[in-house]
Write a protein that binds this ligand. Structure first.
Ligand code: ZN
Length: 275
């Protein structure tokens, strides 16, 4: 009984959807949550969820996809999409802060140095506004917020505290034990979601986190088609069926029995997403 709490099946190139779902079920999968990263993919995800009983979806705007969007119009559209599909939309996703990609584009690199700092300040502010607006939308409908955080842990936690956002998932966890503990201290019901990264040999901080945080705060995901877990890393496109390898790694790291871990992770996923 495994739930892949974060995947993008509409992006996978190597399998069609029926095979994708079939592989997942053969690997012990029961439900998956397909994640939209902008309006277009949120609609694609809703379409998948309404035509397949195993698929649920979340809608939202990724922090790297907000450029050029009008905040108010975008929030209205997200709200409309949610209200038209309340049965299958289980979260606001994937929102948050991404300071890694924020200065990697040509426009930024070509800007004169004296403007670069200003561009960064403005971009960070815009990410913050979109993040807060999506938290507010989630709070209005009592939905969990799925958080994308890359190199922005301190600011992310600050915004969560500022908005008193208690119901959230740290998607594709990539910080350390101290950060996870700080989040759980602030929001005891939050979930830390481990992806294929936990199977990577050099992911010591993430493995240490998976080993020591309470089991009641753990869920798992693939983020397919990205982040293929070991032993397929670098060899093939990721898919939801490989969530079984993430699960195996968690079992290897923890002291509880396999059955207990499976049951608890399953319950955690159902509880936070109300599946
Ligand atoms: Zn993702």
């Amino acid at each position: 009984m495994l739930i892949d709490t974060h995947c993008h099946p509409y992006m996978c190139k190597h399998t069609d959807i029926p095979t994708y779902i079939g592989n997942f079920k053969s690997a012990g999968g029961t439900q998956m949550i397909s994640i939209g990263i902008d309006i277009e993919t949120s609609k694609q995800s809703i379409e998948l969820a309404t035509t397949h009983p195993e698929i649920y979806t979340s809608i939202g705007i990724h922090p790297s996809d907000i450029w050029g969007l009008d905040l108010e119009t975008t929030m209205k559209e997200l709200e409309r999409l949610y209200l038209a599909n309340t049965e299958k939309v289980v979260a606001i996703w994937e929102t948050g802060l991404d300071y890694y990609w924020i200065d990697q584009d040509e426009e930024y690199k070509k800007a004169p140095p004296e403007y670069q700092e200003k561009i960064l300040v403005l971009r960070k502010e815009l990410q913050r506004l979109f993040f807060i607006a999506q938290i507010r939308l989630a709070q209005t409908y009592n939905l969990p917020v799925v958080i994308h955080n890359r190199d922005a842990g301190t600011d992310t936690l600050e915004i969560l505290k500022e908005t008193n956002c208690q119901k959230f998932i740290l998607h594709c966890f990539s910080e350390d034990l101290e950060f996870a503990k700080a989040c759980i201290d602030f929001a005891p019901e939050c979930m830390v979601s481990f992806s294929g990264i936990v199977t990577f040999q050099n992911a010591k901080d993430i493995q240490e986190t998976a080993q020591h945080i309470p089991l009641k705060n753990i869920i798992i995901e693939t983020d397919a088609p990205y982040l293929t877990p070991v032993p397929y890393r670098g060899k093939r496109e990721n898919e939801s069926a490989l969530v079984a390898h993430v699960f195996e790694k968690i079992c290897e790291l923890r002291s509880e029995s396999r059955d207990e871990i499976e049951k608890q992770i399953y319950e955690n996923s159902r509880k936070i997403f109300r599946l």
